[in-house]
Design a protein around this ligand. Sequence first.
Ligand code: DGJ
Length: 746
Amino acid sequence: MRMSIIFTPFFPGKQNTLFLVFCTFLFSTWLAGQHVLIPIETSQNALVLQVDKDNHLGIIYFGRKLGPGNDYGTIPRQYRQEENNAGIYNSAYTPSGSWSLVEPAIRITHGDGNTSLDLQYISHQTSKQDENVSVTTVLLKDPVYAVEVTLNYKVYAAENVMEQWTVIVNKEKKPITLNKYASSNLYFIADDYYLTHYHGTWAREMKPEETLLTAGIKVLDSKLGTRANLFQPPTFMLSFDKPSTEDEGKVLFGTLGWSGNFQIDLEMDSYHNLRLIAGINPHASEYLLKPNQEFKTPSFITTYTEHGKGEASRNLHNWARKYRLLDGEGSRLTLLNNWEATYFDFDENKLAGLFKDGKKLGVDMFLLDDGWFGNKYPRNSDRAGLGDWQENVNKLPHGIGYLVKEAKDAGLKFGIWLEPEMVNPKSELYEKHRDWVIRQPERPEYYFRNQLVLDLSNPEVQNFVYGILDTLFIKNPDLAFIKWDCNAVTFNANSAYLKRTGQLQTQLYVDYVKGLYKVLEKIRAKYPKVPMMLCSGGGGRVDYEALKYFTEFWPSDDTDPLERIFIQWESSYFFPAIATCNHITDWSSLPLKFRTDVAMMGKMGYDIVVSKLSEKDLQFSQQAVVNYRSISDVVWHGDLYRLVNPWEKPFASLMCVNENKSRAVVFSYLTGNRYMIPTVSQTPVRLKGLDPKKKYSIKEINLYPGTQSTLGADMVLSGEYLMTIGFNPDVNARRSSVIVEVVEVK
Ligand code: DGJ
């Protein structure tokens, strides 16, 4: 069902254009006096826009929704922020070169070279897509130049999530240049602002930092092109008044759905209010818009709550599973991956042995990683072969089809690794198609992991990349999974294609990402369901636009379980467990049980040498796969609650609860094992999200063979007890990880 509430002062017709323009002007002026109010509400929150006396659109409120009978329109009267800058800072989409001198959301150069822009309110409308989802669009126009901007606010009411994007249309006679073209421009009024943002590098992703914002502009950005999130993701938390905690405080989570360069500006104005502008990074990205062409920016996704970070994260999880992540409400495959077990050193026989190992372990699938391709330049290391997607005849004389069949005979599905956007200079692809490669022909090449990036702005390259997957699927209809890797950043950004077709070189960063989405769109049109993992040398590329096409992502190459607890903890604020691939590896000498229990808090997989496991380790792992299967519904689809924060205590504890609160799983890990730090959990862990009236049994699961739980059998406690007093999982150096199943007793 599609319903629309349209408010428009426009009466389209064939009247004399000048007359129409004049009437529109008069009407707009009249309208300006009406101070049009546009409340955009979720079930809990409101963003309220208002048109001011100059016909500019401003934000007058962001926060908890007010009940019926309250007039948002009176809010500005309660603030005496009325000198010269009033109505400038709070612009809902700040133009540049006219009345505003603060950081703009949009900066353009008109066809005649003029760089000024004014945006005035014309109309707005709200369309309901269903009971939960609606989109409000607001049309703004420059009164002098024929440029139109439509602001889009899509709300998912129950999830309290808002998605914003902007469409810019050139109605001028000549091309215009977009210099900056943000997705969202928000405005907040609070006592103080605490920003939590993330930094890191390879194998050290998602290191949080919380900072009090002070006067000036704080910018979060990436200029890396591909693998844009290597040093920081477009993902942050913003607490208002004071730092928020897991269960208390006003907090907004924000993230940009864009797999390329981003920029997020946080500017404090002279009233101590905060302006937020988020979108594609304008750095070296001027974009040409021909007459009648439009540019749609990526989505900026936010959720806001007054009940702390935990609720904000559950909002995002609920939204992602239902509306964004591919097959977000479905199931996932457990797997055995060979990357850390073999690296590039394998052949058919070795793989056949690994299939048997996978079967012995009990997982659903075998995932063949890097190193299976390249003949003139065999892929025996990361120095050669990338781009030559033909099976290496020495390693795999019978091809992938044979492996798929062998795996099937062993009782496993078969998946494969690809890095389709990249090329080694030592490859046949590079020899044949140097003009497909992003490089500056006059300058020395500069490599990242010995490779270069293919130019996805070029439709021929898009077809090539699509063809890699399509050919694999056509030849191997039983192929069950793709791991899509992306290991290099974009040096020497320059496109032979854009040059040949007379387009701006500065479009490369944007057209690359658009090209990538085109390929993914085409793949999904033909292969809508095949699970695909988004990987980028670890967590170098994960965002909510890419996750439309991927079922899961790889948060980091760091699989040391201690490090991983922190990476997974932070990543879990933004992405649900069902999408987060955690593998058990030999990176660490910590007990296998600890490694396994950590992997179980997301989508579990293995990357170990099964044949080297001791008898007990194998027995434990076989049972762990069975246990994981039995709890996976709660982990994948349940609500996540963080109970003990490892940044604050030497323990981590978190739990997942199913929708009807009849089943939960509690994971507890020892994270600090240092001198004089108590390494036994001395206090009970208070559970969350249960039904206080229900009774629950507490049972430790995933025990190592030969060990017994210290929790005592037959513990039955009420939800009220568990959430008020809690229970002690008895985590200590001998029991460094504990998984407990909590089941309703009727
Ligand atoms: C980087 C990935 O993160 C690893 O898991 C592995 O697939 C390697 N690339 C293979 O080159």
